[in-house]
Each structure stands twice: as C-alpha cells, then as structure tokens.
Design a binder for this molecule. Structure first.
Ligand code: ATP
Length: 310
C-alpha cells in the first residue's frame, strides 16, 4: 500500500462475494482517488450495495482485497470508522427522537463532529428540526440519512442511492451539497441508477452489471469510447428520401423515429452544410434542427442490452 496525498482513498482488487447460489460480486477492481466523486452505476441487483457494504466494513469479502484510506477494510474496519461517513439505505432513525436529537446522538459517537446547525442547514431540514423522525416524509428522512453520513466530517463519504425518493428540487439541492463537499476536499463514492445524477456529479464512474465492472472512466470517455458519431436531428421533411440522406457526406446511418429524422454523422458541419444545401432546393428549412451526442444511457444500453431503469 502506498500512502500520502496521492494514494487512492479506495483500492479494490479482485473482489468476490457470494450469497449461497448468487454471485453478487464477481471479481471487480477499481480505485477511487482522493478528492473525487466516484459513481458506481448499475441496475438493481448489479452488486453495488454489496460492494459498498464491504468497503464500509459491514460485510466480509470471500476473495480479493479492499483498502479504505490505506487500511485493509476486511481486517481492521474499526480503524477507518471514525474517518468515513456512511449513508445507510434504510437508516434506523429512532422514530421518537427529533431531527436535532438524532444528529446530537450521532455526534456523540465521534471524536470529531460538525455542528448540528451546519448539518441541519446542509440538508435543508431547518423547518423540520424539531419534528420526530417518524413524522418526516420519505425524502426528508433520506436527507437526514445524508446528514448523518456527514456528522464526523469524514474524509470519505459513501452515499448509497442518495436521491432515491427525492423530488427534483431536493435532488438538485443534494447535488449542490455533494459538489460542495468535493470542493472542501472530501472524497465521495456514490451509487446511483440515475444517469443524470452520474453525469452531473461524478468525476469517474464504473458501470456494473451482474457483479462485474463493465466500463470505467469519465462519462465523456465512456461515451466517446463507444460512440464517435453525433446525431443531427430535425422534423421529418416530406420530399427528402431517407436513402438519399444516408448518402450525405459523413453520414453513417439515417433513421426516422417518431416523426424525427436522425442522421448519425462523424462530421456534423459537413453533414449539416450538405443537408441545408439540399433542403434549399426544396424551398424549405429543416425545423427543430439540433445536434446531440450519445449519453451515458446509450452507453448502458449498448453495454448491457437493457436500460438502466426499466
Ligand atoms: P440495488 O440497487 O437493488 O440495491 P445492487 O446493485 O446494490 O442493487 P446488491 O444489493 O449488491 O445489488 O445485490 C447483488 C445480488 O446479491 C442480487 O442478486 C441480490 O439479490 C443478492 N443479495 C444481496 N444481498 C443478499 C443477501 N443478504 N442474501 C442473499 N442475496 C443477497
């Protein structure tokens, strides 16, 4: 193991975990660098939670090694507990304690802790600070569980599907909080099955399915590794033959989807120039003309044959 500021905060090598007949994690390896937001991405059952729970020292691996902040998490989980923050998927939240009482209780478990007010404000629970946790909505409870993960000012935070059940506003506000944590030097490992969340937040992602890591890199790398082409799209124009469009410069494929013509091209400028020259001869402009690149969702579909959320 290396140490110091350049050392990864998480190092996973050849990790395996089986539950009876189910091989939940099948030999995965990856690193999380200090100060980055790293995403484990995959559908239900991919093995994300199992991986995270092993990293948190809550489960033992069958095989492979796992280092967290330089400590072997399987052998000495106690050594890292004070330095990491864990958001549990279903936090046991002491139903009859109020938000501030639960936070105070968790603060007492640690040698170092953030002020309760900081925590309450960070997750926008100011107006609910005196509510008993059983009176919180699902989204508020979720936010409280995030605050509990931050109580000890951890160097590394684990967030397991942090925005599941949140409304769009709460989701955005949590994203802002995660970005703020990174700007303060905290490393974050999060699991998600929201594409947009990964695209907005993660410096790098690992795409998991059936216990394997299928791809690893920045979102940009994952997209360009698979899809060099961009899509030029516009409302289908009568009088333009699809086969003819397919022969425009650099067009690899032309399709019609829901009233929209899509040209997959390796040179957007050349294709649009030729398209506009052609539509001019018809005396029309293509309407709603736009360009888009492939997204993480397209990568996921291409890798696994199914969408991330089905
Ligand atoms: P989710 O998003 O649903 O939490 P996940 O990617 O986190 O999915 P895991 O929860 O790690 O996936 O589950 C991986 C596989 O292991 C699944 O097939 C699951 O049914 C199985 N599994 C998980 N925990 C246990 C357990 N305690 N006992 C038996 N099988 C389990």
């Amino acid at each position: 193991m290396t140490s110091g500021d350049d050392a990864p905060v998480i190092e996973v090598v050849g990790l395996h975990k089986r539950y009876g007949d189910v091989l939940a994690v099948d030999g995965i390896s990856f690193e999380v660098r200090r100060g980055e937001i790293f995403g484990l991405l995959g559908p239900n059952g991919a093995g994300k939670t199992t991986t995270v729970e092993i990293l948190e020292g809550l489960r033992r691996p069958d095989n492979g090694t796992v280092h967290v902040l330089g400590v072997n998490a399987a052998h000495a989980p106690e050594q890292v507990k004070q330095r990491i923050g864990v958001q549990l998927q279903t936090a046991a939240l002491y139903p009859f304690l109020t938000v501030t009482e639960v936070l105070e209780l968790f603060r007492s478990f640690y040698a170092r802790s953030r002020p309760t007010e900081w925590l309450v404000e960070a997750v926008d629970l100011g107006e609910r600070r005196h509510a008993q946790t059983r009176q919180l909505s699902g989204g508020q409870r979720q936010r409280l569980s995030v605050a509990l993960a931050l109580v000890n000012e951890p160097e590394l935070v684990f967030l397991d599907e942090p925005t599941t059940g949140m409304d769009p506003q709460a989701r955005r506000s949590l994203w802002d909080l995660v970005l703020r944590l990174r700007s303060e030097g905290t490393s974050v490992l999060l699991t998600t099955h929201y594409m947009e969340e990964a695209e907005q937040l993660c410096d790098r992602v690992a795409v998991m399915d059936h216990g394997h890591v299928l791809e690893l890199g920045t979102v940009q790398e994952l997209v360009t590794r698979r899809f060099r082409e961009r899509a030029v799209h516009f409302d289908t124009l009568p009088g333009l033959d699809l086969a003819e469009l397919g022969r425009l410069p650099q067009v690899k494929r032309a399709v019609v989807e829901d009233g929209e013509t899509v040209l997959y091209t390796s040179d957007v400028a050349a294709t649009i120039g030729a398209l506009l020259a052609r539509t001019e001869t018809l005396g029309r402009d293509p309407e709603n003309l736009g360009i888009r690149r492939a997204t993480l969702e397209d990568v996921f579909l291409d890798l696994t044959g199914h969408a991330l959320r089905e």
